[in-house]
Design a protein around this ligand. Structure first.
Ligand code: F6P
Length: 542
């Protein structure tokens, strides 16, 4: 049954390939109104997607056939939608402490509310100086040690909400490369530094290695007795946090039903809450909750995550686009592409269905990007004239957070100009006319015209919001979370596991002794060759 819709979609994509976005806009004067949706101050314009009303109608049919709304309801009902780990995926509960969520039939909202009260109270105590270091000094600096989902969300949001940042300075250490921690502590005073170890499992080798080194740094300056005053932890593994020496009252838990890359809303948001305070942190949660409510209640055709997820599938499977560029025209969202790389690629980088059968169609795309306008001066050449068509998500605020209106007008004009240029291009005929107007000779026009032609017809969507404040950030992130879920549901994959990261982790642990030169297993020819050169080069280090 769904195969016949796929065939209709393919036929429509084929028909659309013969029509330019210019034609679609000419033929449909009401295209912007028909192909945009909003939720409060957040507008999603997808009129520049290579999409027709018929294609969208077919995508809605596909969604109905795939039982998308029932799958969403199962997600919110706390069913074990993470089938390989037999778990619920209830990150939405963390942004709604007054809700009545259940995970696998067990009520969870009371525990969410209690933990939220505790970690936000601790955040406030650090900010006011009620909680201090071992010498009685206030904490001026906080180092958050974590990686992946225990790092990228707070890092991204701390930068995004920097105008609200009035607490201690925040430093994030994630890479096991010792330079990350070393460069971070170089200018810090241990007596005024709080270290928060953020790890769902409390076993991640990078985080635990960095945490032990940070402990040694504190101990060398302040002594062993002082350590407990300078530590806090966020984890589901309370035995391990205790064994590490973090006092119980400084440990903030979360639950197996919140996946790492969905955990910003839980106690993993502690560093962010220390930076901003409980008020703005709660506002961010409220923004995400508004998006959740919309996702649960809005009809399919008016439902932002549903529609954007369907467009994601259209881009990937019908237009054959293997990657998506995310370009925030918002410097403070500079870590958003990295955050979305984990959210989208760890969730939807899957090759088998929920039942373990090989997929017949492509799943999650590569996600990448940089903020505009910087990106215009690096890779936009390829977006406009390269041989691959790469859809773009543009993000833009109508108002700057600071009073830099002159800058903002230029920034916004550039954002609008880029989506326009990608969609409509500049035909060879127009190029020739432009060059000719400058009095250039015919032979020179002939030579240059192909190089200066912009094919256009390149799809993009624009997310436009009033300004980048805590509720807006919450909405944007929740929108991408649910869009990712919708895509996964259409592909029949599990977006909540990440087995693909395990093999490399296991092999790294067997390789560590070989790198250290202390025995270990024999490796394949290439790895042996690399190891031998590695050791040879080390011998040359004076
Ligand atoms: O390596 C992938 C991963 O498991 C992510 O999903 C997770 O966010 C990250 O590692 C960190 O894990 P933890 O919070 O347990 O340290």
């Amino acid at each position: 049954m769904s195969e016949s819709i796929w065939r209709e979609l393919e036929a429509e994509a084929e028909a659309l390939s013969k029509r330019h976005l210019r034609d679609l806009f000419e033929e449909e004067p009401g295209r912007f109104a028909a192909f945009s949706l909003s939720l409060g101050d957040l507008l999603a314009d997808f009129s520049k997607e290579k999409l027709s009303p018929h294609a969208l109608g077919l995508l809605f049919d596909l969604a109905k056939l795939k039982g998308l709304e029932a799958r969403r309801d199962a997600l919110f009902a706390g069913e074990a939608v993470n089938v390989t780990e037999r778990r619920a995926a209830l990150h939405m509960a963390a942004r709604d402490p007054e809700g009545d969520f259940e995970a696998g039939g067990e009520p969870v909202s009371a525990a969410v509310a209690e933990t939220q009260e505790r970690f936000l109270a601790f955040a406030e105590a650090v900010r006011t100086g009620a909680v201090r270091g071992s010498t009685g000094e206030r904490f001026t600096d906080v180092i958050s040690i974590g990686i992946g989902g225990s790092d990228l969300g707070p890092v991204m949001a701390t930068k995004a909400l920097s105008p609200w940042h009035d607490g201690p300075r925040l430093h994030y250490v994630s890479n096991v490369d010792g330079s990350h921690l070393a460069d971070t502590v170089k200018t810090l005073d241990p007596a005024r530094t709080l270290v928060i170890v953020q790890s769902k499992t409390f076993t991640t080798v990078e985080t635990m290695t960095n945490a032990r080194s940070a402990l040694a740094w504190l101990e060398a300056a302040l002594g062993k007795e002082a350590l407990s005053d300078h530590l806090a932890a966020v984890s589901t593994n309370l035995e391990a946090t205790a064994a590490f020496g973090v006092p119980d009252e400084r440990v903030f838990g979360f639950w197996e039903w919140i996946g790492g890359r969905y955990s910003l809303w839980s106690a993993i948001g502690l560093p962010l809450a220390i930076a901003l305070g409980a008020g703005p942190f709660r506002e961010m949660l409220a923004g995400a909750l508004a998006l959740d409510t919309h996702f649960r209640q809005a009809p399919l055709e008016a439902n932002l995550p549903m529609v954007l997820g369907l467009i994601g599938v259209w881009r990937r499977n019908l237009l054959g686009c293997g990657s998506v560029a995310v370009i925030p025209y918002d410097e403070r969202l500079s870590r958003l592409p990295a955050y979305l790389q984990q959210l989208v690629m760890e969730s939807n980088g899957k090759r088998v269905t929920l039942e373990g059968k090989p997929l017949e169609r492509a799943s999650g795309p590569v996600v990448w990007g940089e903020p505009g306008t910087n990106a215009q001066h690096s890779f936009f050449q390829l977006l406009h004239q390269g041989t691959d068509v790469i859809p773009v998500d543009f993000l833009l605020a109508a108002e700057p957070t600071e009073a830099s209106q002159a800058h903002h007008a230029i920034l916004a004009a550039n954002c609008l100009a880029q989506s326009k240029a990608l969609a409509f291009g500049l035909s060879e005929k127009e190029v020739r006319a432009q060059i000719a107007e400058k009095g250039v000779e015919a032979a020179e026009i002939e030579r240059l015209a192909p190089h200066r032609t912009f094919p256009g017809d390149r799809p993009s969507s624009t997310l436009l919001y009033r300004r980048l404040d805590p509720p807006t950030l919450g909405k944007l992130i929740a929108l991408y979370e649910h869009k990712t879920f919708v895509e996964a549901a259409l592909w029949d994959i599990n977006p909540f596991d990440q087995w693909g990261v395990e093999l490399g982790k296991a092999q790294a642990s067997t390789l560590t002794p070989r790198v250290e030169g202390e025995g270990g297993e024999e490796q394949d020819g290439s790895t042996e060759g690399l190891l031998s050169h590695f050791h040879g080069l080390r011998k040359k280090t004076p």
